[in-house]
Design a protein. Structure first.
Length: 220
């Protein structure tokens, strides 16, 4: 049956008024313009940074070799362990920086003269402890990497051991250093101390590379 009701009438505003449509278009256009401006600013910053880098590289290229900035290289540190199986003791040195603390003989390899790590170990033992080893090559215990907070390697620690070595006690060479006040002073000599292996482990708890090398030595 067909309904005889009159059709219903709807009143009110249309769902999409011309004003709202135009406003929506304007908003989209404004967003697009902002994005374009940001892209242009980023592109300008990149181009400016590129120009600054090119200028810096060009200026450095014209500098004499003595004034050119050297690139940072990975530090090559050398550590030496002297062990005596008859007494179960390890040679250690008094620390220059921490009163009462003991440390292993340590230094750095001189790559300027193409020094090998083994040669550096012998030199450091003499310079730091006044000890010369007779007719014995060191045993390589391992090379450990040191990284900064960003995970970039900043140093290699080459650790060596001389076991039951024939040693000659001499006087270490005198070194002159610059103190915090900019004055040239004679570096304080270290005292040589033979300590039991267990004490050496305890003394190096805050020196991870030395502690690890001791745990890998012939006493372990």
């Amino acid at each position: 049956m067909l309904s005889t009701d009159s059709p219903r009438r709807f009143s009110g505003f249309p769902l999409f008024s011309p004003q709202k449509v135009q406003q929506s278009r304007n908003d989209r256009q404004s967003v697009q313009e902002q994005q374009q401006q940001q892209q242009q600013q980023q592109q300008q910053q990149q181009e400016e940074e590129k120009r600054r880098k090119q200028t810096k590289d060009r200026d450095e290229a014209t500098l004499p070799p003595s004034q050119k900035k050297k690139k940072k290289t990975i530090r090559q540190a050398i550590g030496v362990i002297i062990t005596d199986s008859r007494t179960n003791k390890v040679l250690m040195l008094t620390s220059r920086k921490r009163e009462g603390a003991l440390v292993l003989p340590r230094g750095e390899r001189n790559d300027d003269i193409q020094e090998t790590s083994e040669e550096a170990a012998l030199r450091i033992l003499y310079e730091e402890a006044g000890m010369r080893v007779i007719h014995q090559s060191p045993k390589h215990l391992g090379t450990y990497c040191e990284a900064n907070k960003r995970g970039k390697t900043i140093a290699h620690h080459w650790m060596y051991e001389f076991r039951d070595a024939k040693l000659i006690q001499t006087t270490p060479p005198t070194k002159t250093i610059t103190n915090s006040e900019g004055q040239q002073v004679v570096q304080k000599q270290r005292d040589v101390v033979w300590v039991p292996y267990g004490e050496a482990l305890n003394a190096t708890l805050d020196r991870s590379m030395s502690h690890l090398a001791l745990k890998n030595s012939s006493f372990a």
